[in-house]
Design a protein around this ligand. Structure first.
Ligand code: TXA
Ligand code: MG
Length: 312
């Protein structure tokens, strides 16, 4: 497959302003962007990804000022935004009435998930387009998330233009937190560790409970699935591929190490790319070494358990 054509920020902004899709880099993963105020543009995100319509999208803003036109910020929500934006934190907040967002973007909910990405090209694009951008991860629904422009290009068989910003630095999606009065509820573990939020704000971040009133509708059990099967907390068997972490015994098969030194930040950055690469080795099963659950380990283990879940 031929390489994606080099796209400038201005080209990408023009596509988006014309109601077309354009994938763009963020610090977490590549996003499949569309004008969040244009219902037809947003619908083509769902069609292109094969994403269920009940699964709302994260709306990307250039800054807090743009975000405040879309949602109602309580003092606690504003503190979170001021502390962690730009960065890998999505906030679920009450909708600002008459904010112009297409209903399909938020799946008809009365809340909206917002984030301000910390990536120079994403920032430049948001400013050039001067629009809020709906952007789920730029992969077909249920598959591995992309952390390079080439993965996006291959995932959609060259049908989606991609603004190339090189490999993503964080490598897993944003942490999603709902602000519910004075409570903080984590709906998805992600690139900002829960402990870091708790330490900065001096208050607990609760874990979402399955089936609770406040939840992220799109948290499907089988997700992030490579073609190969996944065995977790495992030592590799002959014929398998191996995704190692930390000091690992030699293995006579396709092997990649998320972080030989046992650094969870490095492991998060490598997670999706290494799964893409081991998947391409043709092995039918990928054995994955145990990953500690602390810090970013929570997000890594969340993605791995969904990748390993029975597929429907
Ligand atoms: O890092 C990221 O967040 C990436 C990059 C591209 O920014 N985007 C991303 O989007 O991961 P996506 O569509 O793959 O995940 C969106 C998640 C879904 O689980 C969805 O259910 C949840 O956000 N979500 C969106 N709006 C929500 C709302 N109002 N209430 C609860 N959950 C919401
Ligand atoms: Mg996704």
């Amino acid at each position: 497959m031929i390489a994606p054509a080099a796209l400038s920020v201005e080209d990408a902004a023009q596509l988006l302003r014309n109601g077309q899709l354009c994938a763009f880099p963020t610090e977490t993963v590549y996003g499949l962007g569309a004008d969040a105020t244009n219902a037809d543009a947003v619908l083509s995100i769902y069609e292109t990804k094969g994403r269920p319509r009940f699964n709302p999208l994260i709306i990307h803003c250039a800054d807090l000022a743009m975000a405040e036109t879309l949602a109602v910020f309580s003092p606690l929500a504003r503190r979170l935004a001021e502390t962690f934006w730009p960065g890998p934190l999505s906030l679920v907040l009450p909708m600002q009435p008459g904010n112009g967002l297409a209903d399909v973007a938020t799946a008809g909910l009365n809340t909206v998930a917002l984030r301000v990405p910390d990536h120079p090209l994403a920032q430049a694009l948001l400013r050039a387009a001067a629009l809020p951008l709906a952007a789920p991860s730029a992969n077909p629904s249920g598959k591995l998330s992309p952390t390079t422009a080439q993965q996006v290009w291959r995932g959609f068989a060259g049908k989606v233009p991609v603004l190339d910003g090189g490999p993503c630095t964080a490598g897993v999606e944003s942490t999603i937190v709902a602000v519910d009065g004075e409570r903080l509820i984590q709906l998805r573990a992600g690139a900002l560790a829960r402990e870091e939020i708790e330490a900065a704000l001096g208050m607990p971040v609760e874990q979402a409970v399955e089936g609770a009133a406040i939840s992220a509708p799109g948290m499907l059990l089988s997700h992030y699935a490579p073609e190969a099967g996944i065995r977790l907390n495992a030592a590799p068997r002959p014929g398998e591929a191996f995704l190692a972490f930390g000091a690992a015994a030699a293995f006579d098969g396709p092997t990649l190490n998320l972080s030989p030194s046992g650094d969870l930040r490095e492991a998060a950055r490598n997670l999706f790319s290494m799964l893409h690469e081991l998947d391409a080795s043709g092995a039918t099963t990928i054995a994955v070494a145990p990953i500690p659950q602390a810090g970013l380990g929570e997000a890594i283990n969340d993605r791995l358990s969904r990748a390993a879940a029975p597929r429907t």
